[in-house]
Each structure stands twice: as structure tokens, then as C-alpha cells.
Design a protein around this ligand. Structure first.
Ligand code: SF4
Length: 356
């Protein structure tokens, strides 16, 4: 069986035409999948029964199911989603006062091996398909119908720029078929320079977020192994060229690890580095781990404030990510890892509801 999810209106129209149906049935199919978010062909009552039966012989809708979730008191919900081959990723629903976001995965596992990341310890299993990427949004939106998800961040499991064609195809569907604004679609990367260059050529009005995490090569080599191949100087050059070509502001992400990359000297080095970058802002994220064995620790609020003030003194715009779901395994990969460690690859829904 093939899934219809991940196909645009033109491709769906071709399918219905190939079985002798008028073209407008393709649009009805697309509306059912992307606007009404039906999860079964049988539910598409706008289509004649015979067409539904005919489509059901070859196609399904959707490509994932929810196998677990963990909910925080602030409304953040981390879902564990399973695909047809049994592989699992995390997707996080993030309701804020003024918007609702979702953090989506792009790969099962990740080959980048960042030292502070639970997903990085897994290695890469495979890329997600276009359908598997967009279906994370569709299934979570179907489960949360009262809150329209307006912002998508590709900051879940995996390095999105290593799966660029499928990521861009999924984002295009979100914009064209679901009506999300390109400006509310964010792609993050730890710095895959050839892909940043390719993205610059595409000139899409999305937001690029570059995970920097260290101001010097010595430290970044340790935290983000990709830096040994694409060092900070080359990365900064690629970021500048991206900004010149697209005229889009770029965000640098920086996870603060107590005593590792949040020292005064790191803040000064970072301030000097970013002061030279065009149209950029820094977003700090205090490390969040629920794992007592974690090698890194979360910094105190006073030291994160001090870090931000020092960087800002160089004229850099600095924000701190509004933290959500701190009491759940909120950092990337932690829920999946704790599920696997507990010996249950399948966690019953509701069992993981976090304490208040
Ligand atoms: S931080 Fe991102 S790029 Fe690094 S290992 Fe984790 S998922 Fe991969």
C-alpha cells in the first residue's frame, strides 16, 4: 500500500484522473488530507463510495501512529510516533500564549553525534520520507483541533539539511496545501555547509537557525563533531553568504552547558564572533536534561543572564528560548531513549503523564 499523504494537489489530481475521475476530485482529496486531516479514505464523505473503494485498494492516508506521549503542566506534549517499519521519533506540541508551534523530526536517529544530545548517541537509522515529516504535523493537529499550529520548527531528531529534498518538499506542502506562512517555518542545522549553500540558492522565505553551541573551534570540535570538517570560520562565511543571497535574518542557537560553554570568556568570544555577522540574532537555550547520568549540567539562571548580557554588550541581539515542558524529557531524544531503556519500545498512551 502507498500513502497519499505527502502528495500535493497536482499529484493527487493525476491519481484520480488515472482512474477515470474528474480533476476536481483531486482537490477534494487534498482538502480532506491537509485541511480536514482525515486519517482514513473511508472518512472522505465528499468522494463517491466507488472512488473511495477504488483508492483503498492501492492507497492509505497517514504514515505514523502515536504510541506514547508525555504531557507537562504548561501544555507541552511530547509524542512518540511510530512509522510503518516500527521506527520511532519524537514530535513536540508547544502551545504558547500568542501562537502554537510544533517541533518536528527529520531523521530516525542522527549521524552528527553532538556530545550533549540523546539522539546523537543513536547514530543514523534512516531519513524520514516527505510523508513521514508532514504527517507528524497532521496527526498532532488532528489530536489538538482546538489550537491551530501556526509555527513549525525542524529541530527534532536528526539533521534536517542531511535530508534536504524531503524536508523542503514537506515544508512546501505545509505552505501550499495547509496555508502555513513560510516565515513561520524554521529549519535548523549544526552547519552542513554545502546544504546551506544549496538552501541559499533556493531562496525560500523560511527561517534558518544554525546551532553554534561554541565560539571556538577547540570547544566546538568537542561538542559538535561536524566542526572538525566544517570549522567555525567556514560556517560563518557560509552564513554570511546565505544572508546576502536571501536577505533573511539568521538565528544562531546556543545550548548553555554549565561550566563548559557558558563561561565569561565564551561569552566574550561569542560576542566578538557574532558582532561581525550580518543580520543575525542569538538564541540561548539552557541545557535541559531529565537524565541524572547526563554528562552536562544546566546552568543557574544568574549565569545564563550574565552570559546573555556579555554577548549583548557587543551589539548582538540576544534572546532566550521560552522554555516549555521542563519536567518532561523535553530535550531531543530523551523520551525515546528512556522508552527504549525501560525495555518497552511501546509506551501506552497516558502512562507517561508528567508530575505537576
Ligand atoms: S543536536 Fe541535532 S544534529 Fe546534533 S546529534 Fe542531536 S539531533 Fe543530531
Amino acid at each position: 500500500m502507498q500513502t497519499l499523504t505527502g502528495l500535493d494537489t497536482a499529484a493527487l489530481t493525476n491519481i484520480v484522473k488515472s482512474i477515470g475521475q474528474p480533476a476536481y476530485r483531486g482537490k477534494q482529496l487534498a482538502d480532506s488530507i491537509y485541511t480536514q486531516r482525515v486519517r482514513s479514505i473511508d472518512e472522505i464523505t465528499t468522494l463517491p463510495v466507488a472512488l473511495r473503494q477504488s483508492l483503498s485498494e492501492t492507497y492509505t492516508i497517514g504514515s505514523c501512529t502515536v504510541i506514547g506521549k508525555q504531557e507537562a503542566v504548561d501544555g507541552t506534549i511530547k509524542y512518540l510516533l511510530s512509522f510503518n517499519d516500527g521506527e520511532v521519533v519524537e514530535t513536540v506540541f508547544l502551545p504558547y500564549e500568542n501562537r502554537t508551534s510544533i517541533c518536528i523530526s527529520s531523521q530516525v536517529g542522527c549521524p552528527m553525534g553532538c556530545s550533549f544530545c540523546a539522539t546523537g548517541t543513536e547514530g543514523l537509522v534512516r531519513n524520514l520520507t516527505t510523508a513521514e515529516i508532514i504527517d507528524q504535523l497532521l496527526i498532532v493537529q488532528a489530536l489538538q483541533p482546538e489550537k491551530r499550529i501556526s509555527h513549525v520548527v525542524m529541530m527534532g531528531m536528526g539533521e534536517p539539511l542531511l535530508n534536504l529534498p524531503n524536508v523542503i518538499e514537506a515544508l512546501t506542502l505545509m505552505a501550499n496545501e495547509m496555508g502555513l506562512s513560510w516565515r513561520h517555518l524554521t529549519v535548523s542545522t549544526v552547519g552542513v555547509i554545502p546544504a546551506i549553500e544549496k538552501l541559499a540558492q533556493m531562496d525560500l522565505p523560511l527561517t534558518l537557525a544554525v546551532s553554534l553551541h561554541a565560539p571556538t573551534d577547540d570547544l566546538r570540535d568537542e561538542l559538535v563533531p561536524l566542526n572538525r570538517k566544517h570549522n567555525i570560520a567556514r560556517l560563518m562565511q557560509a552564513c554570511s553568504e546565505y544572508v546576502y543571497q536571501t536577505n533573511r535574518r539568521l538565528t544562531f542557537e546556543y545550548v548553555l552547558l554549565a561550566g563548559v560553554n557558558d563561561r565569561d570568556e565564551d561569552a566574550h568570544a561569542l560576542g566578538k564572533l557574532l558582532a561581525k555577522q550580518p543580520l543575525c540574532a542569538l538564541n540561548t537555550i539552557p541545557y535541559n536534561s531529565t537524565d541524572v547520568e547526563a554528562a552536562y549540567k544546566r546552568p543557574q539562571s544568574a549565569s545564563t543572564r550574565r552570559f546573555r548580557d556579555i554577548v549583548a554588550s557587543y551589539g548582538v541581539t540576544v534572546t532566550q528560548r521560552q522554555e516549555r515542558g521542563q519536567k518532561i524529557a523535553a530535550a531531543c531524544g530523551q523520551l525515546k531513549r528512556s522508552a527504549l531503556r525501560s525495555g518497552h519500545s511501546l509506551i501506552p498512551l497516558q502512562m507517561l503523564k508528567a508530575d505537576a
